[in-house]
Design a protein around this ligand. Structure first.
Ligand code: ZN
Length: 418
């Protein structure tokens, strides 16, 4: 098969070996070797890191970029949910598409090649946002693999008509089903119904869960029990789980072992969790970010993700997953090379595992999804927020960012001689 492009001397993140050449053919990785001799177009990487793209497991494209429509003086989770619930009534398919497109393009130029987006389904919005995101998924399949997780943000059993809409979304091609028991008046039934629907449509599950700082009770026990009962291990993820930020190490170890045993993955959303948690404190404010790097040590699959962009849940966001890894490292007070590498893993290989993306990774036969970072070391890429320089999706260049240039003045002959 003719080689379309060779990336020369790139450094792989999962290897401490010398840089390698990567040959691409027909949208796939054809060969990886120290020195590939072939007459084909080439791109010199000069030892820079090449990764299979960042993997975003948890983002809300449908409600991104609505800061100008919401007024949230208190900054609490309840206020954010209520404010978006009101704004949502005016969403149209064109409006959702335009805002989601803006956020998706920001993610693409930050080097994200795979993404799971949560989309709200309920009687206020119907399937309007779901249809907009389905169209976006098709229109941008040249740049990103988008999974759509349909979920009832405002509850299920307490919101008549929601379950019927959720079923319709599943029938119309939702890739994942989500749940949000903390907004439901009957959380156990909410969780049980989501598992039943996941079984019926053969879908992975992704819950918003345990999103406060009260450690005296947790829904994750019930999620683990249901995961075991339905034999759904490896197909269930829970997001936020901020309660885990306030438990002592021995209990965290027990919970970590339970999650690992059940096959329940955890997504930590540092920007949102930092912004919304601890709002009852006016000083000595708790951070409210679950210790993902410790959970990894207990065998849990963990990812770091963006969650919200420019809305009442998170009024920030450039969609850089490397920034999320850096933010997490800073907040969790990890700075050694091993832990910083784990932070990079939590925006690359571990989220790919969470999403059961078996063809992710730089390996012969896998899709030629490659992103080049302006760095030569994975830990340093997190520490320095290394710029993504360009990316390929299925072997085709999907984005380019120029490296910064210093423009020095001409050398002064007098000082040069002196
Ligand atoms: Zn979320």
């Amino acid at each position: 098969m003719p080689i379309d492009l060779v990336l020369r001397q790139g450094r792989l993140i999962d290897s401490d070996q010398a840089p390698v050449d990567i040959a691409l053919a027909d949208g796939r990785i054809a060969e990886i070797a120290t020195n590939i001799t072939v007459d084909a177009p080439e791109e010199r990487l000069d030892g820079r890191l090449v990764i299979p793209g960042f993997v975003e497991t948890h983002i809300h494209l449908d409600k991104s970029c609505i800061l100008d429509r919401c007024d949230c003086p208190e900054g609490t989770l309840q206020e954010a949910i209520a404010s978006v619930a009101t704004a949502k009534r005016a969403f149209t398919e064109a409006d959702v598409y335009a805002r989601a497109q803006r956020t998706l393009e920001k993610s693409i130029v930050q080097g994200t090649t795979r993404m799971r987006t949560h989309v709200e389904v309920d009687p206020r919005i119907g399937l309007t946002a779901f249809h907009a995101i389905q169209r976006l998924k098709r229109d941008y399949d040249w740049a990103i693999d988008l999974q759509i997780c349909a979920f009832p943000q405002e509850g299920l059993t307490n919101d008549p008509g929601t379950e019927e809409l959720l079923i319709e979304a599943c029938e119309q091609g939702a890739d994942v089903i989500g749940g949000c028991p903390y907004t439901d008046t009957d959380p156990p039934t909410h969780m049980a119904r989501i598992f039943e629907l996941a079984r019926r449509f053969d879908l992975d599950i992704d819950f918003h869960l345990d999103f406060d700082l009260d450690h005296t009770w947790m829904h994750l026990d019930e999620v683990c029990r249901l995961t075991d009962a339905h034999r759904w291990g490896g197909r269930v993820a829970i997001g936020h789980v901020t309660k885990l930020s306030v438990v002592a190490p021995p209990r965290l170890a027990e919970i970590g072992a339970r999650l690992a045993d059940a096959g329940v993955a955890v997504t930590v959303l540092p920007a949102t969790d930092l912004f919304l948690m601890g709002r009852t404190h006016d000083h000595h404010v708790p951070r409210g970010v679950a210790p993902a790097h410790r959970l990894i040590g207990h065998g849990v699959t963990c990812s770091l993700a963006t969650n919200n962009v420019l809305n009442p849940f998170t009024p920030f966001g450039d969609c850089s997953l490397l920034r999320m890894a850096n933010l997490y490292a800073n907040v969790a007070q990890v700075g050694g090379p091993r832990d910083l590498r784990a932070c990079l893993d939590m925006v690359t290989t571990l989220p790919a595992r969470l999403m059961n993306a078996s063809d992710y990774g730089i390996a012969v036969g896998h899709p030629a999804d490659l992103v080049v970072l302006d760095s030569r070391d994975g830990a340093m890429a997190v520490a320095e927020l290394a710029q993504p320089l360009f990316g390929l999706k299925h072997g085709r260049r999907s984005f380019t960012r120029s490296a910064a240039t210093i423009h020095r003045p001409p050398a002064n002959p007098q000082t040069a001689n002196g």
